[in-house]
Design a protein around this ligand. Structure first.
Ligand SMILES: Nc1ncnc2c1ncn2[C@@H]1O[C@H](COP(=O)(O)OP(=O)(O)OP(=O)(O)O)[C@@H](O)[C@H]1O
Ligand SMILES: [Mg+2]
Length: 360
């Protein structure tokens, strides 16, 4: 690397130390001389500014006026400057750029240090969206509840028929809010434990049998037939409560959204074994999901805006919970769907860690 070579012996060793130092740093760092040329850069910096060589003008790599201005200011004697640099190619990235004065060989230089804040910004945006979504989902039933309370205190005070009707609606709204809060708590609990794979041996067959029994009345009311095909037992390493939640949401979705197609609605639940592990599938012959929605289906609050979906009034948290439970169980979730044909959710659970026979 050039840069420090022209200087005297002492200066040369200072240069080498500086160079070794910035090469030891994980973030991209550049040193710029009084003529705004790059004196030295570390490997992460050369990765960001592909093709940049020592001796090149900084303007060759960075065209953002804010960064160049900050460098000029620092070279003219200003203190540390912090600017944001939005890079759009080859991938969109956001850097926080710190430009600090640095005396090298008795002359003022500028050190540019880049901190990649793309991920932090994305997480921040998600957090803000999440809060907006939660507030919105809670505010709708809450507004309605308050409206009914006012009506019951005022105009409907002495109307027993209206009172019964409104109380029933209020109870439904309050239950919806309670469920939303429950789901949010479950989601955060599962996420907190996601790095710990559950170790208990759980029989998936008994979980599914339990859910099929629980949801049988709902299926009957919706005119949906449930077909089950499973072995006598299927042990996986799992958390029973989480697996119940997972099966419940998939089967409930299949019953809720499975209707509406031409055929008589059937929900097909299967458990089978493969070399890779245990496969659990829930399949319906309902309205299906358009391909553009599939990648976003497991996002929190994501709902496909169909009349059926709107009428069912879910919160859109179920599949987000399923996704995190699958991740915690080190499994794989696949969704296949065809409009007017139906939807299939397939989960592969890896071998039971407790079952050595199966593992060999
Ligand atoms: N089997 C299915 N067939 C068609 N659409 C489905 C099916 N399962 C889910 N969906 C669509 O995916 C969306 C998200 O499902 P998810 O389970 O996350 O939320 P939800 O059922 O709306 O609410 P929640 O499960 O929190 O009560 C649903 O609103 C629905 O539009
Ligand atoms: Mg659901």
């Amino acid at each position: 690397m050039a840069g420090f070579v022209d200087d005297g012996a002492d200066e040369d060793s200072v240069g080498r130390i500086t160079e070794a130092l910035i090469n030891a740093l994980p973030d991209p760092v550049l040193i710029i001389d009084g003529g705004t040329r790059v004196v030295v850069s570390n490997a992460p910096a050369r990765e960001v500014f592909a093709g940049l060589r020592n001796g090149d003008a900084l303007a060759f790599a960075v065209r953002t006026p804010g960064v160049l201005e900050a460098v000029q200011l620092v070279l003219a004697g200003a203190d540390r400057q912090t600017v944001l640099w939005h890079e759009r190619t080859p991938v969109e990235r956001l850097f926080e750029v710190f430009v600090s004065p640095f005396a090298l060989h008795g002359r003022t230089h500028a050190v540019l240090e880049l901190r990649d804040v793309t991920e932090a910004r994305r997480v921040e945006r998600m957090r803000v969206n999440f809060i907006a979504n939660v507030s919105h989902e809670l505010r709708t039933p809450l507004t309605s509840l308050l409206g009914f309370v006012e009506t019951l205190q005022g105009p409907a005070r002495d109307d027993p028929i209206a009172r019964e009707k409104f109380l029933a609606i209020m109870s439904k709204q309050a239950r919806r809010m309670a469920r939303l809060v429950d789901d949010l708590l479950a989601l955060s609990r599962i996420e907190l434990n996601e790095h710990v794979r559950p170790q208990t041996s759980v029989d998936l067959v008994s979980v599914v049998r339990h859910i099929a029994d629980t949801l049988e009345p709902m299926a009957r009311d919706a005119g949906v037939a449930i077909k089950i095909d499973m072995p006598l037992q299927a042990k996986i390493s799992g958390d029973r409560d989480e697996l119940i939640r997972l099966a419940e949401n998939l089967v409930e979705n299949a019953i809720k959204y499975g209707g509406g197609a031409r055929m008589a609605p059937v929900v097909d639940i299967r458990i089978s074994q493969s070399i890779a592990g245990t496969i659990f599938t829930v399949c319906d012959n309902g309205q299906g999901i358009a391909p553009e929605h599939l990648p976003r289906l497991t996002e929190r609050f994501y709902r496909v805006d169909t009349p059926l979906s709107r009428a069912r009034g879910g919160t859109g948290l179920g599949l987000a919970i399923v996704k995190h439970i699958v991740a915690r169980h080190r499994g794989r979730l696949e969704i296949e769907s065809q409009l007017e044909q139906g939807t299939l959710f397939r989960i592969l659970f890896p071998m039971d860690v407790n079952n050595n026979e199966q593992q060999q």
